[in-house]
Design a protein around this ligand. Structure first.
Ligand SMILES: N[C@@H](CCC(=O)N[C@@H](CS)C(=O)NCC(=O)O)C(=O)O
Length: 278
């Protein structure tokens, strides 16, 4: 049996889209500032690939929370549920409207990390990203993976091999000389990704929003679904260039006013502003 922890450990990174969901929940649910032992895990330096973290969460992803009994909550949905169940002030209503939206937002076909980090739609965007955060991300991870692989414990050997193969592809896209056929296929995938995001923004999202009982899925105040929804939406806006107008341009169609209003309402909240959500 493990020794109980004094505080839950919260593995997070400020620029991580899915860490945004619990970061907002912690503020909105009025957790005291020192409620968690915060383990900032710099994804741009591949700190999530440290063997100690991979042993904790075999997917090596953020957010991750270790509760005081030592149980590991290894994805966003579990972490947000934990935060709601243990919130210092019970919220008004914990029956979220449209709970199935949480799964929908986490579908691989509309992954906001793919939009911002993995994919670019053309040479210009790819070159811009190469000199910016995405370029630094793939490069930093590559260096970390190679370092950790060199002294890997046997049970993590195949983990590092697979991650290096995956990472090398994107590292080459941004920092190498990908051939024409590779780029053609890659830009095709980027276009399909944006198309899927556009379909979600103009189909399921407004439908889910129409089922709310207030400005938020949680009612008058944000609740479980909202923490996932705004994390996803804010990052998609950023990936499109930082505004609703740019997003409309990127998907080639107008957004339902409920989508823009939902986004704008969130941007006015103290939590969103203080945490610098994007
Ligand atoms: N399905 C997972 C996805 C989490 C995820 O993709 N997290 C990103 C940060 S936003 C991450 O840790 N990426 C690093 C990696 O995949 O190596 C969840 O909901 O927790």
């Amino acid at each position: 049996m493990s020794t109980p922890l004094a505080k839950p450990q919260f593995y997070t990174f400020d620029a991580s889209v899915w860490s945004t969901a619990p970061r907002l929940a912690i503020v909105e649910l009025n957790y005291p500032k020192d409620a968690f032992d915060v383990k900032e895990t710099v994804l741009l330096e591949g700190q999530n690939f440290a063997p100690s973290f991979v042993k904790l969460n075999p997917a090596a992803t953020l957010p991750t929370l270790v509760d005081i009994q030592g149980d590991v909550l290894d994805n966003t949905t579990k972490v947000v549920k934990y935060l709601i169940a243990n919130a210092p002030n019970a919220p008004q209503s914990w029956e979220p409207a449209s709970p199935e939206i949480i799964e929908a937002l986490h579908e691989d076909t509309i992954d906001p990390n793919d939009l911002l980090l993995n994919y670019s739609r053309n040479d210009e965007e790819r070159k811009g990203k190469a000199g910016d955060v995405p370029g630094a991300y793939w490069k930093g991870r590559q260096a970390a993976l190679e370092k950790y692989a060199a002294s890997s414990p046997p049970e993590l050997k195949s983990f590092y091999e697979k991650k290096i193969a995956y990472n090398s592809f994107y590292n080459n896209i941004y920092h190498g000389s990908p051939d024409e056929a590779t780029l053609k296929d890659y830009y095709g995938k980027a276009a399909a990704l944006w198309k899927a995001v556009g379909s979600f923004l103009t189909g399921p999202l407004p439908k889910y929003l129409s089922e709310r009982k207030g400005p938020y899925f949680g009612g008058e105040k944000p609740g479980e679904v909202d923490f996932h929804a705004i994390a996803w939406l804010a990052r998609v806006v950023t990936a499109a260039g930082g505004s609703i107008e740019k997003l409309e341009e990127a998907i080639g169609s107008k957004l339902d006013p409920s989508v823009s209003a939902y986004y704008e309402d969130w941007t006015k909240r103290e939590s969103f502003k203080t945490l610098g959500i994007f």
